[in-house]
Design a protein around this ligand. Structure first.
Ligand code: S3P
Length: 443
């Protein structure tokens, strides 16, 4: 399964002045996926405000509709009402369900479908999805009694045969919110429930939403446990702005002299704000009210973030911090290039199985622009050469949305500009990215 927009090359030059003004970034991708999935699993109507309309989350809406959920779109962008099929009511399908490029959709939906009383579903996606490991969810689901076929036992397409599952206490070898969420979702339909223990904390949107949907849920250190339920009752969901999208403007403002920007209504759940803490360690001053470590509320905290240009120094990111900044680590590499001193990221081997192998694509991409950066097995080492470290040149997105946006920000911070091949990939999470960036430059 493949497709998508034709390849486009876009050019990003250093602006004459700084980035100025305020911006409301698009809605959070992780929370939007979950709002649609949990809405589909709910018994009553679920109203969502500020749902993200981007390729990934459109895939999730299409998937839940194919499984029987009725989705009503109001006239207001991002406002929709889901009339779900309930926890055990997913409709069987003739053809394959297309998850597109969306790993979160693929991995979470497996946990739901595996526990359906009857039915068979085939899940497939684009070339990137077909190259990403699915054994990380297939293995725990099989331990729960699921019947799943996978290509080479670990890749999409997957075929899931619904059936009854039993509970599990799963020690996940990876700190992955997708794995954790998949097992917790599957646990809802078991007689015993499920617990997942992770090596390090990962984003906790699933826990917050399930708790607000009436699921008895407890946390004890790195272990989270859900009790079984007969039904989900997800109320209204208001999706906050995506920190991972805001991060590109945080980086751009830090790197381009004369910049001062305000990013409005951003989700500041502490399991998502690792990048801001890393940037602060590098010398950034970021205004806003971040949730303190360990915070856990029903719902999601939001804040406006204010960022201005300033000098940066190198830092080290260790494994425990990696899941809290996983999607922003390419930006840490970029900041590291333009900082003084060395920046090291360790324990980030998960980057190799993202939408692209982000250790390889980030290192190759930034080197082509003049950076001194080396790949390691589990991260990278950057020799920072201060402002002006990047000459510019050409970078390929490799179909990876975060690589495309990284290239754009690198262009603004470079001496001679950057051409990004495959800029259309940004539409996976942020269709209006280039226009929003241009808007901040024009002011
Ligand atoms: C996500 C979890 C992370 C992240 C991805 C979204 C989620 O993946 O990289 O972009 O919504 O649960 P892993 O769970 O594989 O770390």
């Amino acid at each position: 399964m493949n497709g998508g927009a034709a390849a486009t090359t876009a050019r990003f030059d250093p602006p004459g002045g700084g980035l100025r003004g305020s911006l409301r970034v698009p809605a959070d991708k992780s929370i939007s996926h979950r709002a649609a999935l949990f809405g589909a699993m709910s018994s009553g109507a679920v109203r969502v405000r500020n749902y993200l309309h981007a390729a990934d989350t459109d895939s999730t809406l299409a998937a839940v509709q194919a499984l029987g959920t009725r989705v009503e779109q109001s006239g207001t962008p991002g406002e929709l009402t889901l009339h779900g099929v309930g926890l055990r009511g997913a409709r069987a399908l003739d053809g394959a369900l297309d998850v597109g490029n969306a790993g979160t959709l693929m991995r979470l939906i497996c946990g739901w479908l595996a526990g359906q009383p009857a039915g068979t579903w085939t899940l497939d996606g684009d070339d990137s999805i077909r190259s990403r490991p699915m054994d990380r969810v297939v293995a725990p689901l099989r331990l729960m009694g699921a019947r799943i076929d996978a290509r080479e036992d670990r890749f999409a397409p997957l075929t899931i045969h619904g059936g009854s599952l039993h509970g599990i206490a799963y020690a996940s070898p990876v700190a992955s919110a997708q794995v954790k969420s998949c097992v917790l979702i599957a646990g809802l339909a078991t007689p015993e429930g499920a617990s997942v223990t992770e090596p390090h904390p990962s984003r906790d949107h699933t826990e917050r939403l399930l708790a607000s949907a009436g699921v008895p849920l407890s946390r004890d250190g790195l272990r989270v446990t859900v009790a079984p339920v007969d039904a989900l009752e997800l109320g209204d969901v208001d999706v906050p702005g995506d920190l991972s999208s805001a991060a590109f403007f945080v980086a751009a403002a830090l790197l381009v002299p004369g910049s001062r920007v305000v990013l409005e209504n951003v989700n500041v759940n502490w399991t998502r704000t690792g990048f801001l803490r890393i940037a602060e360690r590098m010398g950034a001053r970021i205004g806003g009210q971040l949730e303190p470590p360990g915070g856990f509320t029903a719902g999601e905290p939001v804040s406006d973030l204010e960022v201005a240009h300033g000098p940066l120094r190198g830092t080290t990111v260790e494994a425990d911090e990696v899941p809290l900044a996983i999607d922003e680590l390419p930006l840490v590499a970029l900041l590291g290039c333009c900082a003084e001193g060395e920046t090291v990221v360790r324990g980030a081997q998960e980057l190799r199985v993202k939408e692209s192998d982000r250790i390889a694509t980030v290192v190759e991409g930034l080197r082509a622009l003049g950076a001194e950066i080396e790949a390691t097995d589990d991260g990278f080492v950057v020799q920072g050469r201060g402002a002006g470290a990047l000459r510019g040149g050409r970078i390929a997105s490799h179909g990876d949305h975060r690589l495309a946006m990284l290239g754009a920000v690198a262009g603004l911070a470079s001496r001679a500009g950057v051409e990004v091949d495959g800029m259309e990939a940004a539409a996976v999470s942020y269709p209006g990215f280039a226009a929003d960036l241009a808007g901040l430059i024009a002011r």
